[in-house]
Design a binder for this molecule. Structure first.
Ligand code: PMP
Ligand code: GLU
Length: 394
């Protein structure tokens, strides 16, 4: 008998983390792997943030923190929400957590009852699906395609709403597609949402600053939507702080309180030093991030250009985050170097075996036709990775 719970037996492993681990393992065995699997900036955390952390250590920020986060950090997050997103939150509406992943987990745990439906425009970030399932929710996938830039329409949204619909979860800029919803597009979706009482939106804005489109809209800033929205953000991506583990939400107060309640029983307040450093991060003018954003923009152009040169790969131009999500379905049913490619997972494993390049299958993100490349790595490695891929597919 398997002594583990049904809960864990029914949980899929995170395929982003699994692919990153496999790439690491192969590297350790001496293979020359280029990993484009993990979404992780290759920059160092900016100096001014590191200085704030060092100061916090010297000032003995070493005790338990308030479960919902330091008050001055929550105040700084409120200023950030106002400055960047035109969102009016009070500190009592903010909860700081151990990464945006925990923020999302808290939300699912406090919002979902068994059988509640959560609409997921696909492709969606890999962990949404499992976090929702783990909380008893039922993910309802809404497929999109490269032709409509991987975005859902108001008609598609309306069509999947049922009396059981509780939430809609999405990210913009999107992981994995890089798509960015415009204000007009979000207004049209909000019209549908506002017709239905008690549907809440999770707006995952963790890639907010890694955005080349010149526009960004938080759905909570649309009239009527603030009370229906949980805005999720964090410092991992824009500030190159993936290991510091700080995420946060702005939410209706009763939801923030509930998230604090669960966090108080599970992890307590987030790391003290990282919270002090996060004050410096969120208080800074986002212009300080320009050098990273410009580098990602340049790499985006490079990668899109190189992929367009590879016959059989179809790609749109993602407007944000640091991923490209080409459609590889033209290879399905074909045999490459003696290996039959049945689906995106086979394709991704073929690239790992034959090109020594690690990617993540689109299946993990609810799109079986695509694979994801993270371009958060040097131009030199990106050029080499795509040269190898082109050769392996020739
Ligand atoms: N949301 C999205 C869309 C992400 O790509 C990630 C990546 N880790 C997260 C949330 C979680 O972020 P964190 O590292 O802060 O937990
Ligand atoms: N969010 C990143 C990614 O999608 C990091 C890995 C993870 O947290 O799953 O690759």
């Amino acid at each position: 008998m398997n002594p583990l719970s049904d809960r864990i037996n029914n949980l899929a492993v995170s395929q982003t983390l699994a692919m990153a681990a496999l790439a690491r393992e192969l590297k350790a065995q001496g293979k020359d792997i280029i990993s484009l699997s993990l979404g992780e900036p290759d920059f160092n955390t900016p100096e001014f943030i590191k200085e704030a952390a060092k100061k916090a250590i010297d000032e003995n920020y070493s005790t338990y923190t308030p479960v919902e986060g330091y008050l001055d950090l929550k105040e700084a997050i409120c200023r950030k929400f106002k400055r960047d997103n035109n969102l009016d939150y009070k500190p009592s509406q903010i909860v700081v957590s151990t990464g945006a992943k925990q923020s999302l987990y808290n939300i699912a745990q406090v919002m979902l009852n068994e059988g509640d439906e959560v609409i997921l425009p696909a492709p969606y970030w890999v962990s949404y699906y499992e976090i929702i399932k783990l909380s008893g929710g039922v993910p309802v996938e809404v497929p999109t395609s490269i032709e409509n830039d991987f975005k859902i329409t108001p008609e598609q949204l309306e069509a999947v709403i049922t009396p059981k619909t509780k939430m809609i979860w999405y990210s913009s800029p999107c992981n994995p597609s890089g798509s960015v919803y415009s204000r007009e597009e979000l207004e049209a979706l909000s019209k549908v949402i506002l017709k239905h009482e008690n549907i809440y939106v999770v707006s995952d804005e963790i890639y907010e600053h890694i955005n080349f489109s010149g526009t960004f809209c938080s759905i909570g800033s649309i009239p009527g939507m603030l009370d229906r929205t949980i805005t999720v953000n964090g410092v991992a991506k824009a500030f190159a702080m993936t290991g510091w583990r700080i995420g946060y939400i702005g939410a209706p107060e009763f939801i923030a309180k509930a998230c604090t309640k669960i966090q108080g029983q599970v992890t307590s307040g987030a790391n003290s030093i990282a919270q002090r450093a996060t004050i410096a991060a969120v208080d800074a003018d986002p212009k300080v991030l320009n050098y990273m954003v410009e580098a990602f923009h340049k790499r985006r152009d490079l990668v899109v250009g190189l992929i367009k040169e590879i016959p059989g790969l179809k790609i749109n131009v993602p407007e944000g985050a640091f991923y490209v999500f080409p459609d590889v379905s033209s290879f399905f049913g074909k045999t490459l170097r003696g290996q039959f490619i049945k689906d995106a997972t086979d394709f991704s494993m073929y690239l790992l075996a034959e090109a020594n390049v690690a990617t993540v299958t689109g299946d993990a993100f609810g799109n079986p036709n695509c694979i994801r490349f993270s371009y958060a790595t040097s131009e030199e490695l990106l050029i080499e990775a795509l040269r190898r891929i082109k050769e392996a597919l020739a």
